[in-house]
Design a protein around this ligand. Structure first.
Ligand code: NAD
Ligand code: WQD
Length: 337
């Protein structure tokens, strides 16, 4: 058994990753302050896996709490660092909250790792670090050009980690996720936003009658149907990329950066149409103005992940929207029971 510390362990992507890890020889210790999640998600992961998880309700800003976790689990061998605030719009309004939570939280974690001799970490980064790339699909060597405070925290967290890795001989996998969507096929875990900032959760809530209509942010982009194109990635595929990264760090040294996407883009209208097929009725939408800071199109080149990690997305658009709808319709209140 290998013990892994999961920060932000009750969150959307962590929950799906935990289920995949618990299929194997991994023991999990979770830290989360529930700022954007709840205990019910952890309980459901335990239920789905029929395994127990050690859980600390703690904030990464609390250095003493981190020290306790590492001291009580001297056999932690790797960390998967999910914990962060992630809403782009909110980060523009409250940049200091984002820098404090994401940067100071990460610094505390990295220092605790150093103190307790843990030298392997998988880090949740984002395609947002590329900003509006010059060529698509974008590969990992493209310049870093984040365009908002959230994106800046991600590129800074990457850089701090790379510098620490070089100084302290750490082994690091930086995963740059494209647009994670969908849910576990059991319908028991999924994304549970209080107010959805991203397209698919919003479409899903309109389909369920919770919200009135989707506003499409512009139909005059230079894309085939005029609406924004993104590289959507099924959260279960993304979860598996973490398991493969943990395995990779058990075998190979140094810093590795990987795009986690499919390489294929879908427009906003294609996503709404696919969701209509999943839920069996039409979804009301209207075209509104462009959202500030948006870009026309971004997709990621996933070839390095295939070559070096042996990872490739297996699930397509149908599985993404079907699973999102299954989760939404089975849990109209999310995790509230
Ligand atoms: P999420 O909000 O569901 O998960 C993040 C978890 O971290 C939450 O459970 C939250 O309560 C916890 N957390 C935040 N700050 C904390 C702190 N200071 N101490 C302890 N716990 C804290 O988000 P998610 O979608 O699962 O994202 C996970 C990671 O992936 C984040 O780092 C995010 O930036 C990154 N990411 C997400 C997306 C996306 O679209 N969902 C895309 C790219 C990257
Ligand atoms: C997708 C497309 C919108 C909502 C964001 C972050 C990024 C990463 C993933 C964390 C775009 C359009 C959306 C709506 C719409 N997160 N849209 N109406 O902006 O690609 O990426 O989430 O790292 O950092 O920026 O995702 O889901 O918000 O938008 O028309 O109500 O849907 O314009 O074209 P985005 P998104």
């Amino acid at each position: 058994m290998q013990k892994i510390l999961i920060t932000g362990g009750a969150g959307y992507i962590a929950s799906h990753t935990n289920v995949e890890l618990l299929k194997g020889e991994y023991e999990l210790v979770l830290i989360d302050n529930y700022i954007n999640s709840c205990e019910e998600a952890v309980k459901r992961v335990e239920e789905l896996s029929n395994r127990k998880i050690t859980f600390y309700e703690a904030d990464l800003l609390n250095e003493a709490a981190l020290d306790t976790v590492f001291s009580e689990h001297p056999d932690i061998q790797q960390v998967i660092h999910f914990a962060a605030l992630k809403a782009v719009g909110e980060s523009v309004e409250k940049p200091l909250d984002y820098y404090t939570n994401n940067i100071t939280g990460s610094l505390n974690l990295y220092r605790a790792m150093l103190k307790h001799g843990v030298s392997k970490i998988v880090f949740s980064s984002s395609a947002t670090v590329y900003g509006d790339p010059e060529t698509i699909p974008v590969d990992e060597s493209a310049p870093i050009h984040a365009t908002n405070p959230y994106g800046h925290t991600k590129s800074m967290m990457e850089q701090i980690l790379i510098d620490s890795a070089h100084a302290n001989h750490w082994d690091v996998a930086i995963l740059r996720y494209f647009n994670p969507v969908g849910a576990h096929d059991s319908g028991r875990i999924g994304e549970d936003p209080s107010y959805p900032n991203n397209l698919l959760p919003f479409v899903s809530q309109v389909a369920a009658g919770i919200r009135e209509k989707v506003v499409v942010f512009g139909d005059d982009w230079s894309t085939p149907d005029g609406t924004g194109v993104r590289d959507y990635i099924h959260v279960v595929d993304l979860a598996k990329a973490h398991v493969q990264s943990v395995e990779k760090l058990n075998q190979s040294k140094g810093v590795h950066i990987y795009n986690i996407g499919t390489g294929r883009g879908y427009s906003v209208l294609e996503m709404i149409k696919a969701f209509e097929d999943a839920c069996g009725h039409s979804i009301r939408y209207e075209v509104g103005p462009r959202r500030s800071g948006d870009i026309a199109e971004v997709t990621g080149d996933p070839r390095k992940s295939l070559r070096e990690l042996g990872w490739k997305a297996e699930l397509g658009l149908k599985e993404m929207v079907d699973s999102a709808w299954k989760w939404q319709s089975a849990n109209p209140q999310g995790y509230k029971v």
